[in-house]
Design a protein around this ligand. Structure first.
Ligand code: ATP
Ligand code: MG
Length: 572
């Protein structure tokens, strides 16, 4: 919590201004009530109108200034809140951005979403509902006490007592009653969000499996839980408000009771009696938000804890033990895997001492059964995960030492599932090359055989590219890869779910566009294997065979069996 408050320190001037304005609003309220009380009492004595002139001016002044000061208080405090939110949000984004892919890939997206949206929004209460009300309560409490000492010391102490009851005892009681509820509310809300994001993403699957009703029921159940919690919390807030009212009026009542004898003795003029009691009543306004502050404290504390635990996750931080300063300026001669071993969970080995070299401009295919570790090799090459042991060298440097952006720009990747963003076709293509002109984008589409889309770059592909067929999505990914002008193309099952004709078309496009790029192709379908310089056959995390198509066929081993088996199926 202290660290959240630390963010306020960056906006000291605005903070002090907002607190002073908040206190000013309440002071103006006290002024308004007192002058009004005095005006009515004084008017009852039927003085000359001129005698009332100053008082009416006072009423007018406080009435208007209260509204004006409140307006500016709202403007400044909300501006401050949003500034604090902004710095927090940017800070959090930066942290998430620096996290390793390894960690991010194991996260539920809903958690992160909840983190950057609702948790941070909960924290906006820290200033508005917690810090500011407490300071203002202190200020007004002290001023009221000081003001009352001019009338009677006893009265000042009694009011002070009611300030304590109202500002400390009641909120503490409320906080006690609500303990644990704030936490449950935040957790329930976050669970609901995670659930919703997950189910929305998988909506199609849910409807295929006829599970919409089921999901709806689960959702209703969770929402019901949340409603229940929120209703209870609202009830408690209501109770807090009533207690506040009760103590405020009791406080006023006691002041009145104590003031009457003083008026009788002539120590206080009768005409100020109303002003005094009404002034005391409005000073209690400063305590109005305190019960809420105590309740909010727990909510915010929980949200802050979650946020900072995301932001400071040691495990998540990308391994920067080696500074990534080296910028790749020339096209590397070769990409070499040296004794790479890797395991996702630290228990089952996914890759076991894999070594191979991709020389510049060569074509390499990786084939092998499902789960043998082919995509994993690519994940390591793209630095999504660091290998457990061994090194990947690119142009003589360990890839960990290369600066990320220049390193990643080496590769154009077309995978089995390419994400198409729900933006225009143009924006989807510009991801690959932000400075490209429309003509270049059109050219890329024509190159990959998507000329029928070339005239309409503003077209919206829909959520996850739904308006494109599977094949068109692959071609679009190919167009992106082509646009990046990257040196090395990686195809991971890029044609796996396409029909034979489209697959042929994509492969032909690929060969036509390849030029002197290095190509790494993961595939189950052994097409165009004779064009490959090298074929790596993987099984259970190891390279069991390698060589050219002809050599592997004549070796009559694993690869030859795969190839013959496939041809048999095709000839049925
Ligand atoms: P396919 O031909 O089906 O695409 P693959 O050879 O590409 O298979 P990989 O994706 O490399 O296989 O997976 C190798 C093994 O690692 C599998 O047993 C898989 O379950 C496991 N694996 C893959 N990704 C992860 C992950 N993110 N976390 C944990 N285990 C994973
Ligand atoms: Mg794979």
């Amino acid at each position: 919590m202290l660290r959240v408050i630390g963010y306020i320190r960056q906006h000291k001037a605005a903070f002090i201004g907002a607190v002073l304005l908040a206190a000013g609003t309440i002071l103006a309220g006290i002024g308004l009530m007192s002058t009004s009380g005095y005006l009515i009492s004084r008017a009852a004595q039927r003085p000359m109108i001129v005698d009332l002139f100053m008082v009416t001016a006072g009423v007018r002044f406080f009435g208007i200034s209260r509204a004006v000061v409140r307006y500016f208080e709202r403007v400044v405090s909300h501006d401050l809140t949003f500034k604090i939110l902004l710095s927090m949000r940017i800070g959090l984004y930066r942290q998430i951005d620096s996290f390793s892919q390894k960690w991010l890939m194991t996260r539920r997206p809903g958690d992160l979403l909840a983190g950057v949206t609702s948790d941070i929004e909960t924290l906006q209460n820290v200033y508005l509902r917690i810090v500011s009300p407490i300071i203002v309560a202190f200020l007004i409490g002290a001023l009221t006490f000081w003001g009352l000492t001019f009338f009677s010391m006893n009265m000042a102490w009694v009011t002070f007592l009611f300030f304590l009851l109202n500002g400390l005892a009641a909120p503490l009681l409320m906080a006690r009653i609500t303990r644990g509820r704030g936490k449950t509310e935040v957790q329930t809300r976050s669970r609901l969000k995670t659930f919703l994001v997950d189910r929305l993403q998988g909506m199609q699957e849910l409807s295929w499996m006829g599970q919409q009703q089921n999901s709806r029921d689960s959702f209703n159940q969770m929402q019901g839980d949340l409603d229940h919690i929120q209703r209870k919390n609202a009830g408690i807030s209501g109770l807090a408000e009533s207690l506040n009212n009760l103590f405020s009026h009791l406080g006023m009542f006691f002041v009145l009771v104590m003031a009457i004898p003083l008026v009788m003795n002539g120590e206080i003029k009768g005409v100020v009696l109303a002003a005094l009691t009404l002034g005391v009543l409005s000073s209690f306004e400063a305590l109005q938000g305190l019960a809420n502050a105590f309740i909010q404290y727990e909510n915010s504390d929980e949200a802050a804890r979650r946020l900072f635990s995301i932001a400071e996750n040691k495990e998540a931080a990308a391994d920067n033990s080696v500074p990534e300063t080296q910028i790749l300026s020339t096209i590397p001669e070769a990409i070499t895997f040296q004794d790479i071993s890797f395991s996702y969970d630290g228990v089952t080995p996914t890759l076991k001492a894999v070594s191979f070299t991709l020389s510049a401009g060569s074509c390499t295919a990786i084939v092998g059964s499902t789960g043998s570790g082919k995509s994993t090799l690519i994940n390591l090459l793209l630095r999504f995960w660091p290998p457990d042991s061994g090194k990947i060298m690119v142009g003589g440097s360990d890839i960990n030492q290369l600066e990320e952006t220049s390193y990643r720009s080496l590769f154009g990747v077309v995978s089995q599932d390419n994400w198409i963003f729900n933006r225009s076709l143009r924006e989807n293509l510009l991801l690959a090359k932000p400075e490209a002109t429309d003509d270049e984008l059109r050219e890329s589409l024509i190159h990959v055989g998507l000329e029928h889309f070339a005239h309409d770059l503003d077209m919206e592909p829909g959520t996850q590219g739904m308006r494109f067929s599977g094949g068109e999505r692959q071609l679009l990914a190919l167009a992106r890869a082509w646009l990046t002008q990257s040196h090395c193309w990686i195809f991971d099952e890029a044609t796996a779910h396409l029909d034979v004709k489209t697959e042929r078309k994509i492969l032909d496009t690929l060969w036509a566009l390849k030029g002197n790029r290095t190509l790494l192709m993961v595939t189950h379908r052994l097409l165009d294997m004779d064009k490959m310089d090298k074929i790596l056959v993987m099984d259970k995390g190891e390279i069991v065979e390698q060589g050219t198509h002809a050599i592997l066929l004549s070796a009559n081993n694993y690869y030859a069996r795969m190839f013959n088996h496939q041809n048999q199926i095709l000839s049925y």
